[in-house]
Design a protein around this ligand. Structure first.
Ligand code: PRX
Length: 680
């Protein structure tokens, strides 16, 4: 690693987990073990390296194939892996049609409105089948969409989202769902990058007691896409309340159409699921990277679906009888894999909750869980910390009973873990701390819930068929179990791995493989370790502690934000000459971004106005989640002699850490000025 890169890495991660002491272990409750899907310790051997890649047939066998695959893994065009080569299947058929015989009348999805007076809506597999078919007919016959076309979705957490995703999948149309909380501009950028001619959105949705106008974002998105060179032919708008348009923003004649109206023409239509090549892309999921432009992570149909089905069964322990609630948003990979595709592939009942978990009060999640009989619960450490802060003694007095609880997205501190276990789980539920990324499709590290002890603060061992390695900065593999921090990589491909970055194969190779590739000409997977971008350490028992990102990515409440994206947004404010973003440890959200800006020489701008403008720019260009925790207007940035901004120094100041040796800086004196200004 060059010094510059090392500086950045240190600057961006507080490596909190390093300071957690080794924890006591917890055994899974017997009541859980007795009913678990995976109780066979032989699974580790079945999935060991000697059985790779054939071991993954076990996951592929959980699916229904229209044509059997001939080869499990083709590495001939490394690192563009091909999984289940020659096989054909349809993801929608696997999540819907094939369950009709046994589960026609069982709830597939249960929608819970944020408005508590509105009763939950259960959609049976039969009704899901009907609605997905009608929507597929609309997409095919009204929009003229066909396999391989991309369509951008910008939908909140209502049933219209999974219905639209599955309708796309039925046709082989590649969906690209943009998190509903992202701004219109963010959405427009993704429309352009994916080359979508259609935007599917909605009029409004409930969030923290407000009926939010969502349609206004569509107008901004379309304008942004057009500016970038992509025309949007039609905007399809789902109504939050069918038959009533709930947005104050006017429809654009000739462009905007109400989905609920047009759907009436397709009542009773059936669309045969298109048998797709196992390697056909199923969806794009944009994620932040180290440069300003988000990357479209492209996921394949066969391998992805097999991997999420397998991990939903063995890690989430989903049985068809379970009621499963993942509180994430479908707009993130967690929701794609573990609200929609994984649970539905297993004929589960999956809950879709519209709003803020703690609205109107912090008991709301437990009322939902009790009413629907939720027995598998999945959330983020941020949510756990927020619930604890809002009322540490409350969950234990409520009526939820879980057999299984998951955390995802960030490290969970041992004491937050124990509170989750004792108060929310009441000691009855097993916990899986699942580590993975948008690019991974599904979990990579977690305990197998009936087989492994839980160790708070550790994500657990690698899952079956995943062979991690931790490299030091010189590219040497650290000895296994050495408890030394390094760069976490996965030595082998797995079925859920990202196919490529949409439209940018080179960026795919450079981002994930370049650094540790042993031989760029090799077609042997052993030469192509996947670089996760996370720091981690492996304990003697094979459990991994995830230390956080080693690149310019900040994890805010488990959501990934690129520092460069935020800096670019800040730089759009007139008068701002330079911007630097650092990650600051936060009690609830894990990390939050703080923005430093310096003004153009001679600028007379009022600093308070600059702060407001930077906040507004971040919200407008990226979305509310990117709103900085603080904005500091500083006289100058600390810089190296070559002119590079020393983000490490700024991060140290924001986190009240020692700034280290700054004597070699070009302008060392500014450091004290900044410290006084920030720390007071
Ligand atoms: O830093 C890791 C962190 O979240 C990043 C991936 O973010 P994203 O692609 O948005 O996907 C989030 C949900 C899959 C990782 O690089 N991360 C994810 N899970 C954990 C985690 N950090 C610690 N422990 C976890 N269980």
């Amino acid at each position: 690693m060059t010094d510059d890169v090392r500086d950045e890495a240190e600057a961006n991660e507080a490596q909190i987990a390093v300071y957690w002491r080794e924890e006591q272990i917890f055994q899974p409750p017997q009541s859980f073990v007795a009913q678990a899907n995976m109780r066979d310790p032989g699974i580790r051997e079945r999935f060991d390296e000697a059985h790779f890649p054939d071991c993954f047939r076990e996951y592929a066998d959980m699916l229904t194939w229209s044509r059997p695959y001939e080869q499990v893994l083709d590495t001939s065009h490394a690192p563009f892996w091909k999984w289940f080569v020659g096989g054909k299947l349809n993801a929608c058929e696997n999540c819907v049609d094939r369950h009709l015989a046994n589960y026609r009348n069982k709830a597939a999805l249960i929608f819970v409105s944020e408005v508590e007076d509105e009763p939950p809506v259960a959609l049976t597999y039969q009704e899901l089948y009907v609605r997905v078919n009608e929507m597929a007919a609309l997409l095919r016959d009204y929009c003229g969409l066909k396999a391989g076309d991309r369509v951008t979705l910008h939908l909140p957490m209502t049933l219209d989202l999974p219905i639209t995703m599955l309708a796309c999948a039925r046709l082989g149309v590649i969906h690209s769902q943009v998190f509903g909380g992202f701004s219109g501009k963010s959405c427009g950028q993704r429309i352009q990058d994916s080359g979508s001619r259609y935007l599917i959105t909605c009029d409004a949705y409930w969030r923290s007691g407000q009926l939010i106008d969502h349609k206004e974002k569509a107008d901004i998105a379309v304008a942004q896409a057009r500016e970038l060179g992509q025309a949007v032919d039609k905007v399809l708008i789902w109504q939050r309340y069918p038959g009533k348009y709930s947005s104050p923003t006017a429809l654009v004649a000739g462009r905007d159409v109400i989905v609920n109206e047009v759907l009436k023409r397709y009542r009773g239509e059936r669309v045969a699921p298109v048998a797709m090549d196992a390697e056909a892309p199923l969806f794009l999921m944009y994620s932040s990277g180290t440069t300003g432009k988000p990357k479209g992570c492209q996921h394949r149909t066969g391998g992805y679906l097999a991997y999420v089905a397998g991990t939903s069964k063995y890690v989430q322990d989903i049985h068809p009888e379970d009621t499963y609630w993942c509180m994430a948003d479908i707009g993130w990979i967690t929701g794609h894999s573990y609200i929609v595709y994984g649970p539905l592939a297993l004929a589960a009942t999956s809950v879709v909750y519209e709003g803020t978990p703690t609205y109107p009060d912090v008991r709301r999640p437990w009322r939902v869980a009790e009413r629907l009989g939720v027995n598998i619960f999945h959330t983020s450490p941020t949510a756990v910390r927020a619930l604890r802060r809002a009322g540490p003694d409350i969950p234990a007095t409520c009526a939820q009973h879980f057999k299984h609880m998951t955390t995802v997205g960030e490290p969970i501190e041992p004491n937050a873990w124990r509170w989750y276990f004792d108060q929310i789980g009441k000691g009855e539920a097993v916990i899986c701390d699942t580590w993975w990324q948008t690019e991974n499709g599904g979990f990579l590290c977690s305990t197998l819930p009936a087989l492994d002890a839980m160790k708070p603060g550790s994500a657990g061992p690698a899952l079956p068929g995943i062979y991690p390695v931790i490299y030091d900065d010189d590219g040497k593999a650290l000895p296994r179990g050495s408890n030394i921090a390094g760069n976490l990589c996965i030595r082998n491909p797995w079925p859920g791995i990202i196919q490529t970055i949409w439209g940018d194969d080179q960026r795919f190779v450079d981002t994930y493989f370049k650094r540790y590739c042993k031989n760029p000409k090799s077609t042997d997977w052993r030469d192509w370790p996947y670089m996760s971008g996370d720091g981690a350490m492996e304990a003697a028992d094979g459990y991994f502690r995830i230390l956080g990102r080693i690149d310019d990515v900040i994890n805010v409440s488990g959501h990934r934000l690129g520092t460069k994206e935020i800096e670019s947004a800040a730089m759009t404010v007139p008068g701002v000459a330079e911007a630097a973003v650092v990650a600051v440890a936060d009690e609830v959200k894990g990390k939050v971004p703080e923005v430093y800006v310096s003004l153009a020489a001679g600028s007379k701008a009022d600093p308070a106005a600059i702060v407001d403008a930077v906040n507004a720019a971040c919200e407008d260009i990226i979305g509310k989640i990117a709103r900085p925790a603080r904005v500091h207007v500083v006289p100058d940035m600390p810089k190296t002699r070559s002119g590079k901004i020393m983000r490490r120094v700024l991060a140290a100041i924001s986190n009240h850490r020692d700034v280290g040796d700054v004597t070699t800086l070009a302008n060392a004196s500014v450091v004290d000025d900044i410290r006084r200004q920030v720390q007071g």
